[in-house]
Design a protein around this ligand. Structure first.
Ligand code: PMP
Length: 354
């Protein structure tokens, strides 16, 4: 007799899958495909983690209290507005679960962070993608598309994968138009790489807007991608709902200790960010000189409009030992790596012709 399969939610088998950047086939390949920080942890961060290693038989602090205290001081926000989670992705999932369910709509720009549609579907809500205009969020179209079923809107600033950023005035107009019962989530995973002073700091925007929440992460500028720690900044009702939806003990002790050590070593880490930003300027300039049309990026990656040649371009890069991230027949995202890695990329991309 055949064994009956467990009954699962009927819509789950059709959920879109997250397509991660492929693993590098060897250490000889430059992995410029996952927006990672190319620099390893600082000695002080490793020391903090080493100290935690001997305690892994114990559960971590479920509230990440010390990390919350440190973040509260660093960002000048009340501790009850801070909710750490398992990467900003973990917090995103909890935000969606707290705000939206079957019959509700969740809006985002497209193309944007690939995880949004998948996580939205998993809550049972309906994803509402609004096309980018010239590779930038079309905030006017997004405000026009709000319905009485809209529960949450993502604004990915700067946007992954195009690197483009929304400016202060347009964001403020948009926030003025969105009804106060709709939660607007400013996903600022790449905030530390912003050098355009017209790009607003989400933490300044959220303060007098109870329907705005901000997502930040230790994965990018702070280089802790593998540890999975990020956080939301939100007003108390949203923060409390997030805590209610979170998996208890989600943020592990190593991650809490390393994140605190990173905050302690901020000047050193931000120096590395500065290097990556200068490299971003170098890569952008060189690609433009080679004839590519590269949008201004405010993140740790650049976007190339490779169109129908996207797969061929990615193959050519990989053959030259550089992994980039192709997106269908739209374009290619290239993470800024070390100066040597970027030089190897430029050699291939500069010479490449379809
Ligand atoms: N938001 C955006 C826009 C991202 O690009 C990423 C990482 N690719 C994340 C969130 C997730 O980051 P984390 O590692 O903190 O989950």
């Amino acid at each position: 007799m055949p064994t009956p399969a467990p009954r699962l939610r009927a819509d789950v088998s059709g959920l879109p899958r997250y397509v991660p950047g492929r693993a590098a086939p060897s250490d000889l390949v430059d992995k410029l495909s996952s927006n990672e920080n190319p620099y390893p942890p600082l000695p002080s961060v490793l020391a903090a983690m080493r100290e935690e290693l001997g305690r892994v038989n114990r559960y971590p602090d479920p509230a990440s209290s010390e990390l919350v205290t440190d973040l509260s001081a660093a960002l000048a926000v009340p501790p009850e507005h801070l909710v750490p989670g398992t990467g900003s992705l973990g917090v995103t999932k909890d935000l969606l679960r707290a705000a939206a369910g079957e019959g509700d709509e969740v809006m985002f720009a497209w193309r944007s962070f690939e995880a949004y549609p998948k996580l939205i579907w998993a809550t049972g809500a309906t994803p509402v993608p609004i096309p980018l205009r010239d590779e930038r969020h079309d905030l006017r179209a997004m405000a026009d598309a709000v319905t009485d079923r809209t529960r949450l809107i993502f604004v990915c600033n700067p946007n992954n994968p195009t690197g483009t950023a929304v400016h202060r005035t347009e964001l403020e107009h948009f926030l003025d138009r969105v009804p106060g019962h709709v939660l607007v989530v400013l996903d600022e995973a790449y905030r530390e790489f912003v050098d355009d002073t017209d790009v607003p700091d989400g933490i300044a925007c959220y303060r007098d807007r109870p329907n705005v929440a901000v997502l930040r992460t230790f994965s990018k500028a702070y280089g802790l991608a593998r540890l999975r720690v990020g956080y939301a900044v939100a007003h108390p009702p949203v923060a409390a709902a997030l805590r209610a939806c979170a998996v208890p003990f989600g943020v592990n002790g190593l991650a809490q200790a390393a994140a605190r050590a990173c905050l302690n070593a901020e000047p050193e880490l931000l120096e590395r960010v500065q290097t990556l930003m200068s490299e971003r300027a170098k890569v952008t300039r060189a690609l433009r000189d080679a004839g590519w049309n590269v949008p201004d990026s405010q993140a740790n990656f650049v976007w190339l409009r490779t169109g129908p040649h996207t797969a061929a371009f990615a193959d050519a890069c990989e053959a030259a030992g550089v992994m980039v991230r192709p997106f269908g027949d739209e374009g290619t995202r290239i993470t800024i790596g070390t100066p040597e890695e970027n030089d190897r990329l430029l050699k291939t991309a500069g010479d490449w012709r379809p």
